[in-house]
Write a protein that binds this ligand. Structure first.
Ligand code: GLN
Length: 487
């Protein structure tokens, strides 16, 4: 049996499982042991489901013997804790959902389960996915495996840290304004936000429904394609789910970018971007150029600067509506003291939600209120259309756009908690992509200050295959995906 069993990609694990060099039970045990050793320091997991994992692994081993195998069969995965898992607590890292045990699986979970994947547990996150550092978790912060004094990014900080620290082979996260890509960048792994509508959100606890997407967080781009294959495609239970079946994304991994047109929008470089991060992005573009792509450095997307302010109208507006359901009546936290029904409702929300969630609900309620709706919400929607059109025009001239994922490398725990605006700025490069519903991937492209830098590749709507193709070709030509955190 190979000795460093907890250090695998999906495709490496697949090969070992299929050759019977290792069983899924052995693999799962190795990962559970790794979690036991490392997680007291990293704190990526809110819940570890060891018994369930071993049961799934035993079932997977039976399937493997039978030859009834798909790419994820027997592979231990990690799930962000806003994905509903039947019989397993789903908290969104909020007191409000403490003790909530969903009676059903999210579609993505159901699909992975039916393919024989193994679930190691649920990942820590910013409460209700609101944040960029995982410090808004009501339970505890997660630590970056590269430097335990630093944040893993957010809101999918648990999944990113789990994959970076070898506490799972791969993970699923969610991305409303960067929550897959930014933590992937800060932890030195690969994270993809698919085209809006490509992956069903049925069973994803809603934050901002016009922006939320689920996507893979993995060690390399091949894994990203494999995990996307496993979860993408139409689902009648999500009305925004696109009607067509998803293609096989591994077919996009040709290693070839010759003749591809790459644009580097200037609004994503310069002011506010760490010069060392910028240098790594420029170098990545040159690498693609040397591989036969044409690179245009003069691209301009002038409305980029409006994406962040518009997001902070639209996302809170939708969140205020989505989170209105938490009233303590049917499930989740419920204030049980004396008082009227209305008092109980108020106390439930006062005690169940943390400060950032309350801030968002208040911002959103304000932006939607009579008299302000036109001035804020409606205006933000109009600007969103302009941003989307600007991208559409750019994609007539370029196949993909290249930007940094995050303006900085991982920052210190506590560094930005006192200043929400600084925290929000962490997603200045990722948010425009959600606003326009586009696919975007982050992958490692270097080190700055000894910490990983993420390269963001953005494609046109349904250009997920192109994004994966460019990312994969770049990965083949470089060694960055082989970097390992020390935790
Ligand atoms: N950091 C952004 C926010 O706080 C994005 C979060 C996300 O993508 N879920 O809203």
């Amino acid at each position: 049996m190979p000795n460093n069993l907890h250090n695998l990609t999906i495709h490496e694990a697949r090969r070992l499982l299929d050759r019977r060099a290792v069983s899924s039970v052995e693999l799962t045990q190795a990962y559970l042991e790794r979690v036991q050793t490392v997680d007291p320091r990293v704190r990526a997991y809110v819940t570890v489901t060891a018994q369930q994992a071993l049961r799934q692994a035993r079932e997977a081993d039976v399937r493997i013997v039978r030859g009834d195998v798909s790419p994820l069969t027997g592979v231990p995965l990690h799930l962000k804790d806003n994905l509903c898992t039947k019989g397993v607590p789903t908290t969104c890292s909020s007191r409000m959902l403490e003790g909530f045990v969903p009676p059903y699986d999210a579609t993505v979970v159901e699909r992975l389960r039916s393919q024989g994947a193994v679930f190691l547990g649920k990942g820590n996150m910013d409460e209700f996915a609101m944040g960029s550092s995982t410090e808004n978790s009501a339970f505890f912060p997660t630590h970056n495996p590269w430097d335990l004094e630093r944040v893993p990014g957010g809101s999918s900080g648990g999944p990113a840290a789990a994959v970076a620290a070898d506490e799972a082979v791969a993970a699923l996260g969610s991305d409303t304004g960067g929550s897959i890509r930014q933590p992937a960048a800060l932890c030195g792994i690969v994270g993809l936000k698919p085209t809006y509508g490509l992956v069903s959100r049925y069973g994803l606890v809603a934050f901002a429904s016009s922006l939320d997407q689920i996507g893979p967080m993995t060690r390399d781009v091949t894994d990203c394609a494999l995990l996307l294959n496993a979860v993408a495609g139409h689902d009648s239970r999500d009305s925004t789910s696109l009607p067509h079946p998803a293609p096989d994304y591994t077919r996009a991994l040709t290693g070839d970018v010759r003749g591809l047109r790459v644009g580097v929008p200037k609004e994503y470089l310069g002011e506010g971007i760490d010069p060392d991060v910028e240098a790594a992005i420029r170098k990545a573009a040159q690498t693609l150029e040397a591989m036969g792509a044409s690179v245009d450095w003069e691209v301009s997307l002038p409305s980029t600067k409006y994406a962040l302010p518009c997001y902070y109208i639209i996302a809170p507006a939708e969140c205020s509506a989505n989170l209105a359901r938490y009233d303590g009546v049917k499930y989740g936290y419920s204030y049980q003291g004396p008082g009227t029904m209305w008092e109980a409702l108020e106390r439930t929300r006062q005690e169940g939600f943390g400060p950032e969630v309350k801030r968002r609900i208040m911002l959103g309620t304000y932006a939607l209120s009579a008299g302000y709706y036109d001035a804020y919400y409606l205006k933000a929607l109009k600007v969103r259309t302009i941003i989307t059109r600007e991208f559409q025009e750019a994609f007539q001239r370029y196949d993909v756009l290249l930007t940094p994922t995050s303006p900085t490398v991982a920052f210190r725990l506590g560094e930005k908690t006192a200043d929400p605006l600084q925290m929000y700025l962490s997603d200045v490069c990722t948010i425009p992509v959600n606003m326009a519903g586009l696919p975007g991937i982050s992958l490692p492209c270097g080190l700055a200050h000894g910490l990983p830098v993420g390269l963001q590749i953005i494609g046109p709507a349904l250009g997920d295959g192109t994004v994966l193709r460019v990312a994969h070709a770049y990965e083949q030509a470089t060694e960055w995906h082989k970097m390992r955190a020390k935790a």
